[in-house]
Design a protein around this ligand. Sequence first.
Ligand code: PGA
Length: 258
Amino acid sequence: MKKIYLYGNWKMNMLPEEGEEFCRSLADRISGRLYGSDLVDICLFPPFLAIPAVLKALPAGPVSAGAQDGYFEDRGAFTGAVSMTMVRSVGCSHVLVGHSERRHIFGETDEVVAMKLKKALNSGLKTVLCFGETLEEREGGKTIQVVQDQLLSAFQSVPEVRARDLVLAYEPVWAIGTGKNASPDDAQEVCAFAAKLALEAFGSGSLIPVLYGGSVKDSNAAELLSRQDIYGALVGGASLKVDSFLAIYENYRKAFTG
Ligand code: PGA
């Protein structure tokens, strides 16, 4: 049984007081052996304005908090933007980069993603680089090519000494928020490919975990997470309630321990 990364992306949900309430109920649920830091690594990604409340209420144990995005400049005339330095300075340890909603709704290109990735890693943040194909690309047989292009363009900007702070998240665009997850075989194939590219780029000194995201929930978690190259889940919808969020990890464990 491997250590599982259970990452919750709240997207544009949760007011500060709701985030605080979530943390209180999370604290009640995770005390005990099942949640040792050698078994699970939990990170919450609240909207910016809820981050301080969440950080304050974060339970002890293997739980941390991060931002859903950050800009590549430190400061200046960038209305509406929040820099990676700011993310770090409020106490976040993690950040997401290149989420498909940033790419597709907000028009972020591979170049912008690469610049954010570099800045995030240089700011000392553990950085989750999201990547994945659209339905059209999958149906056109282009998944591996698209994933390779996204990853290689991003990898070029990774400072070598910082590679150990990189986490990859394979999130097929068509599986996000649709209730339609990738099959465990398909997810495993792409995660294994991503792990291979990371190994070629950074060597075996930096073990870079690859997570799967896209409609992960309690009922599909055990099958997905038990695949060899899937080290965890980036969870959207099911991360908004403590029970459905933790059930993802607990069901995986149950599949091994009975
Ligand atoms: P979902 O979102 O679990 O609601 O599909 C995943 C994500 O966007 O990270």
